[in-house]
Design a protein around this ligand. Structure first.
Ligand code: ADP
Length: 481
């Protein structure tokens, strides 16, 4: 029994010695260990090491003298255990606080990193305009001292507040966006500022988060653009005034030309009629007989006189229309009767040229329009159709209803017009070279008169033609026109 007890005490002693060694070897910097825990556990284990040593010595009957201290050691054990438990608890608390601090620090660093790399200047300002936080860009924009620390009093803050009235901006929050101007190195810097209200420490000290963006380049280019636009507008106004002046001069010149043409045509018509009239009398041999040569030459005088009279009449007509002297006299017109009447009156001309001429309509058509001007349009188109159709050809005039328009078409089986000439024939004095000398001479004004009359009456004239296959001139007459 005494040997067993001795072994047990020996084992206990060695165990406590082992515990002391193990605990002392634990890293005291580890958050879950710490010096106080190590000392506490080592002290408690040492006490029992001492007790077991005393027991070993007692059983070995070597040094019973240690027995006297055994009770003290056992007495000390309880407070030591309490100390170990307490130090264990405080170590855990400290470790948790440290973990929390590390987490906060890393989050703060992350937030600061994000703030400093964002392309927007960010300021946290209290209600009095004092800066609580400024990221790198905000510091740069406001010229704050770079050595200042976030969250601390910033040395150049007063200067910044002088430049930018922060208290006013905070008081106005929330504002969608305001444009602020501050001066830096003698230059104006334009800032776009948006303020979001923020409660810093309590409702009484509420401040705002300000987002600043340097928009100087944008403002400058907008200004340049505005100046450029104003310059452009001034140039356009100047140019418009010049053009109006030129236009006025052109109108004046045109009016003078119209007056001249009208007067001259009038002056020419009287002597021309006399020439044609007297030539006619001579050709009828009323003053006396003529030789064959005299007859031939007088025929030429009469033809030239007639052509000149046509020309003068056409010039007079055109100048009257273009000068606005040709008044429209509207009436309810039977389009079929009016058109076919004109066509019929030209039957003799067509038959002398060996061309068949016909006029027909599927139904009666009445329109409110000017009958004389309509007649002149039909006359010009039919005389061209007859003139440019060879012997044996056909000219047909038709009238039909198409939608809201009466459509007058003058078709011929004549020489046709090349596509590239179809537009210019409506201009004054535009004639296409035709090698046929037998064709009667024209004035080059007939289609210009047709175009101007159609414009005046609200009609629309078009041509479809193919060289060698004839032409169709179409006039659309609105019933209201
Ligand atoms: P012109 O007195 O010469 O007939 P217009 O102004 O009436 O003058 O016609 C201009 C030109 O258009 C004519 O010279 C002719 O070349 C061409 N033209 C007009 N109508 C026809 C047609 N029905 N067929 C072929 N060519 C035509």
């Amino acid at each position: 029994m005494s040997t067993l007890g001795n072994i047990a005490d020996l084992v206990a002693m060695l165990s406590f010695l082992g515990v002391c060694i193990v605990v002392l070897r634990l890293p005291s910097a580890h958050p879950r260990v710490g010096w106080s825990f190590k000392i506490g556990v080592t002290a408690a284990a040492s006490l029992y090491l001492f007790v077991s040593l005393s027991n070993v010595l007692e059983h070995a009957a070597l040094i019973p003298v240690l027995d006297a201290y055994e009770d003290y050691a056992e007495l000390l054990f309880v407070p030591l255990c309490a100390y170990v438990l307490y130090s264990r608890w405080t170590t855990d608390q400290l470790a948790a606080a440290r973990r929390a601090e590390l987490l906060i620090r890393s989050e703060h660093e992350l937030l600061t990193g994000v703030m400093d790399t964002t392309p927007t200047g960010i300021l946290v300002v209290d209600g009095a305009g004092a800066i609580g936080f400024a990221n790198d860009l905000a510091r740069q924009i406001l010229g704050l001292d770079e050595s200042g620390q976030h969250g601390q009093e910033i040395p150049a803050e007063a200067r910044a507040r002088e430049r930018l009235d922060l208290a006013r901006i905070v008081a106005a929050a929330p504002v969608s966006k305001s444009l602020e101007v501050l001066e830096r190195d003698g230059d104006a810097v334009y800032l776009s500022v948006s303020a979001t209200p923020l409660s810093l420490e309590g409702p009484e000290s509420s401040g705002a988060v300000l987002a600043l963006q340097d928009v100087t380049d944008q403002v400058m280019s907008e200004r340049e653009l505005e100046e450029y636009r104003q310059g452009l507008e001034a140039a356009i106004d100047r140019r418009t005034a010049e053009l109006l002046e030129v236009n006025r001069q052109l109108l004046e010149a045109n009016n003078a030309k119209q007056d001249f043409l009208a007067n001259m045509s009038h002056e020419l018509r009287t002597p021309l009629n006399a020439i044609i009239g007297f030539t006619d009398l001579m050709l009828r041999e009323l003053p006396g007989p003529l030789t064959a040569e005299q007859q031939r030459q007088l025929e030429m005088v009469k033809a030239s006189g007639a052509h000149l009279l046509d020309l003068v009449n056409d010039v007079l007509d055109l100048s009257r229309i273009e000068a606005g002297f040709s008044a429209i006299e509207r009436a309810n017109v039977d389009l079929v009767a009016q058109t076919c009447g004109v066509v019929e009156s030209m039957g003799a001309l067509a038959s002398t040229r060996g061309v068949a001429l016909a006029c027909h309509a599927a139904q009666p058509l009445i329109a409110h329009t000017d009958p004389d001007k309509l007649g002149q349009i039909v006359r010009n188109l039919v005389s061209n159709a007859v003139k440019f159709t060879d012997r044996g050809g056909v000219v047909s005039v038709t009238l039909a209803l198409e939608g809201d328009d009466a459509v007058l078409a003058v078709r011929d089986t004549g020489i046709g017009i090349a596509p590239e000439d179809q537009e210019r024939i409506f201009e004054s004095f535009q004639q296409i070279d035709t090698p046929d000398r037998a064709r009667p001479q024209g004035t080059g004004l007939g289609l210009a008169i047709v175009r101007d009359l159609c414009e005046l009456l609200g009609y629309r004239v078009t041509v479809e033609s193919a060289p060698g296959h004839g032409s169709t001139f179409t006039v659309r007459i609105p019933f209201s026109g």
